[in-house]
Design a protein around this ligand. Structure first.
Ligand code: MN
Length: 408
């Protein structure tokens, strides 16, 4: 039997809602065309309570693929959660972390199951049959990390004799995300299954667990913008008879991370480096890629990170790319040198107070507060020796006075 594994569709993801919908459509349609059954290990939706038009998007997609002449059919459904299946069409899903609700409540994925568009395999074993071949899928819906061991112990998932057995979950795995004691390890997964599939992690992973394949297709849409998400998006097609799998890419928005190291960075230099790199990317990718630039290095003396024209670079290319610039690793020029300079009187002949005033006045001008506003007087008030309350009172009085003049 050919199984398509499609995960983390995040339908309704606000930042890229159109991408989420288009890419979910493409992945699920390709899955329906190329496989006998579809397995979705969680996060069909991006939110536990999606808006009606987002639920409508999902219904549209799953209704369309349910119309295919499916030859494989669901012939058994054994649930420890007391749930039922409402269709024999082999489109099987589990809820992920994004759909999780309080115990005993119905999650949004359950609505698709109640409508007969998918089968919710949470805590259940679903058997698919085609030409005498049986595939049994055991589903573990996304469980919080603290509870996962206890739930696995209680359910004690067992493979079915005479079937190809798949274990499907939506969890972190310690070997991939070592962020806590609770996170399960490969060794904690139940033994005896022929294939392990997982969602939750948004980049593609292919590993071995208990001597069998462990596959994560990754999400169909970019959400986390981590470096690992630069790989192409798509689905995995798995052949149970040959025990082979292949990755089937979909058209998805490109995501490119660029590291730029600049020493002695001035606003001009930062602009040049960023723009050169952006130009190179948009020459290759015409469909508005996401470009994340990570700046590293030191800022030229006389400037601070606030002086870097990041926003104007982002907006200059907004039609051609979605640019994000991370300047947190761009450090101000050596403070020691600066202080040494001040000690040696390198302030262009100005006193420290005068230097502070000049900076203050020029910043206010940048903030368009120059017309008629006496910035020097405000600086005098703020730097006076009065106590804090008096200083604030005088400053506010001055600003109010200016406000009345301005609005009059
Ligand atoms: Mn996800």
């Amino acid at each position: 039997m050919k199984l398509a594994i499609v995960s983390d569709l995040h339908i309704g993801y606000e930042r890229f809602e159109e991408d989420a919908y288009k890419q979910a459509c493409e992945a699920l349609i390709a899955a329906a065309e190329e496989a006998d059954a579809i397995l979705v290990p969680g996060d069909v939706f991006d939110k536990r309570s999606p808006k009606p038009d987002v639920i409508a998007q999902a219904i549209n997609i799953f209704r369309d693929i349910s119309k295919k002449k499916w030859r494989a059919r669901i012939t058994q459904f054994n649930s420890s959660a007391g749930s039922k299946s409402y269709t024999d069409i082999p489109v099987i899903a589990i809820p992920g972390t994004h759909e999780r609700v309080a115990e005993g409540k119905d999650n949004v994925l359950k609505l698709l199951a109640l409508a007969g568009l998918i089968v919710d395999a949470s805590e259940s074993q679903v058997v698919i049959e085609l030409d005498g071949e049986k595939v049994a899928v055991f589903g573990l819906g996304g469980v919080s990390e603290e509870r996962v061991r206890e739930v696995l112990q209680r359910l004690d998932p067992k493979p079915m004799d005479g079937a190809f057995n798949v274990f499907m979950m939506h969890q972190s795995v310690y070997e991939l995300l070592p962020f806590g004691e609770d996170i399960i390890k490969y060794a904690d997964l139940p033994k005896g299954f022929d294939l392990y599939i997982n969602g939750h992690i948004h980049n593609r992973i292919e590993a071995m667990v208990h001597g069998k394949k462990f596959l994560i297709p990754g999400s169909t849409v970019l959400t986390q913008l981590k470096d690992g998400e630069q790989d192409p998006k798509g689905l995995i097609l798995f052949d149970t008879k040959k025990y082979t799998h292949e990755f089937r890419p979909i058209n998805s928005r490109k995501f490119i991370v660029i590291d730029i190291k600049i020493d002695d960075a001035s606003p001009k230099l930062v602009t040049k480096h960023c723009e050169d790199e952006i130009e190179k990317v948009i020459a290759r990718h015409k469909d508005r890629p996401i470009i994340r630039i990570k700046l590293q290095g030191s800022i030229a003396s006389g400037f601070t990170s606030i002086d870097m024209p990041l926003r104007s670079i982002v907006s200059k290319y907004s039609q051609k790319a979605i640019v994000e610039i991370d300047s947190s690793k761009l450090k101000s020029a050596n403070w020691g040198d600066g202080i040494k300079g001040l000690q040696e009187g390198e302030t262009g002949g100005m006193t420290i107070k005068e230097l502070g005033m000049t900076t203050f006045v020029s910043k206010l001008k940048d903030g368009k507060l120059d017309s008629g506003f006496d910035a020097r007087r405000l600086f005098e008030i703020l730097s006076s020796d009065q106590n804090r309350e008096k200083t604030l009172k005088s400053a506010l009085e001055m600003l109010e006075e200016f406000g009345e003049k301005g609005s009059g």
